[in-house]
Design a protein around this ligand. Structure first.
Ligand SMILES: *[C@@H]1O[C@H](CO)[C@@H](O)[C@H](O)[C@H]1NC(C)=O
Ligand SMILES: *[C@@H]1O[C@H](CO)[C@@H](O)[C@H](O)[C@H]1NC(C)=O
Ligand SMILES: *[C@@H]1O[C@H](CO)[C@@H](O)[C@H](O)[C@H]1NC(C)=O
Ligand SMILES: *[C@@H]1O[C@H](CO)[C@@H](O)[C@H](O)[C@H]1NC(C)=O
Ligand SMILES: *[C@@H]1O[C@H](CO)[C@@H](O)[C@H](O)[C@H]1NC(C)=O
Length: 378
């Protein structure tokens, strides 16, 4: 699947052919245009005439028929339905490594949180190194109603939950005791501890799907410029999606989908998808979650429908590279502070962009949040 998009390798890295074209054509092109191009290239759905959009790209980019064949979508597999025998489909069931008693507690707690609004739970995992970043995010979302009540935090050390609860008593935080402090330090992108963390998180994601809880997986190294709840609720109502994910501002070799924030609706198809996703990660300690999820989404594993958010609504680290005037052309709900390694670097980047809301003592400066959010409404 990954070879479907031809990577172009130049000094220092590879990118997809379209990524390359986008960069060449993108120079001097208005942002809306670039984003529109990008959106069109990530439609992977039976309901959308994918072929037609590729043919259109073909005309625009003067692709030869040899190149075009790489973009011809695979046949859409039959979708798993509610009446299907799930145990037969899940025959490659393997042991789940997160302690079963924890998973039971976790499902029960998730149900309690879910029952408050019955739309979705906001699920995130936080460790010691991310505590300050998480305080900043908690401060950021204070003006929005019902965020804290929907929040379900899992931490792998006992102090993080205690400290978060001391600051925001309404937060539901659970300590996943792994009898190790291996996850307390910064889990920087690419390190084995980070990859293992992703695999642990995948098991919790599967557990939520199996508990029939709709959720949004997210990370706290982000700025929420607008309250996304109504937007996410709409994304789950208007459509027959199983999963809704952002698209990357930068294509990463053949990977174009990103998984934070990610809406997960607990359909039977989603459960099969999550189980396969989790098992694949458990079986190979070198895999990142996106390496597994991106191709599964694109080839519609078990018929799963992965929809995408437009990049202008859920943006990523590319946003930080835009000029002030480019930023004013759209109003994202969420901007992820990613494509940047290291918590301290991320904090500095937010501070330099006026997006750090804690004062010198580490307390939430509500006025600064309100001013910043107001500024970005324009
Ligand atoms: C997976 O395996 C476990 C342990 O063998 C079993 O208890 C569980 O019911 C199985 N789950 C499914 C969906 O087959
Ligand atoms: C599960 O919850 C019970 C009751 O709150 C608690 O005593 C137990 O330690 C929890 N188990 C795990 C593994 O978190
Ligand atoms: C929590 O962590 C602290 C400090 O590392 C330790 O002293 C304490 O015993 C831990 N509590 C539990 C319940 O393990
Ligand atoms: C899952 O939840 C949906 C809606 O909340 C409900 O209609 C469905 O019956 C539930 N399914 C199971 C297996 O609990
Ligand atoms: C949700 O959808 C409704 C109906 O289409 C629309 O009026 C509303 O503005 C949408 N809300 C958001 C936040 O997108």
């Amino acid at each position: 699947m990954r070879c479907k998009l031809v990577p172009i390798c130049i000094i220092g890295g590879c990118m997809t052919f379209f990524g390359f074209l986008n960069i060449i054509r993108g120079l001097g092109t208005p942002l809306e245009k670039r984003t529109e191009e990008r959106n069109r290239l990530v439609l992977y759905d039976s309901d959308v005439d994918v072929k037609e959009s590729y043919v259109k790209s073909h005309k625009q980019h003067k692709l030869t028929p040899e190149k075009l064949q790489y973009y011809t979508p695979a046949p859409v597999p039959r979708r798993a339905h509610d009446g299907d025998d799930l145990s037969a489909l899940l025959k490659d069931n393997v042991t789940i490594e997160v302690n079963g008693e924890f998973l039971q507690n976790f499902s029960a707690t998730a149900h309690t949180v879910y029952a408050r609004y019955t739309d979705f739970v906001l699920f995130t995992m936080v460790n010691k190194a991310y505590l300050t970043m998480t305080y900043n995010w908690l401060c950021n979302v204070e003006p929005f109603d019902g965020i804290i009540e929907r929040l379900l935090v899992v931490s792998m050390d006992n102090e993080t939950c205690t400290e978060i609860s001391a600051r925001s008593p309404a937060v539901t935080c659970m300590w996943l005791d792994l009898s190790t402090n291996a996850y307390d330090d910064a889990l920087n992108w690419g390190k084995q501890s980070y990859v293992n963390f992703l695999t642990i998180r995948a098991q919790l994601m599967l557990s939520l799907a199996e508990a029939n809880v709709s959720y949004v997986l997210f990370e706290t190294d982000a700025i929420w410029f607008r309250d996304p709840i109504g937007y996410w609720r709409n994304a789950t109502l208007i459509d027959d999606a199983d999963i809704v994910v952002p698209i990357k501002g930068y294509p990463d070799q053949s990977l174009t989908l990103s998984f934070n924030p990610m809406i997960v609706l607990p359909t039977d198809t989603t459960r099969l998808f999550m189980r396969h996703f989790t098992q694949t990660l458990l079986a190979d300690a070198s895999l990142f979650d996106q390496d597994v999820m991106d191709p599964l989404c694109k080839r519609m594993y078990m018929g799963v429908r992965c929809r995408t958010f437009p990049w202008e609504d859920i943006s990523d680290g590319l946003w930080f590279k835009l000029s002030e005037s480019e930023r004013k052309t759209f109003r994202p709900y969420v901007v992820n502070n990613n494509y940047y390694v290291g918590v301290d670097n991320k904090i500095t980047r937010q501070a330099l962009n006026g997006l750090w809301f804690l004062d010198l003592k580490g307390n939430c400066d509500g006025q600064r949040v309100r001013n910043t959010l107001a500024k970005h409404q324009r």
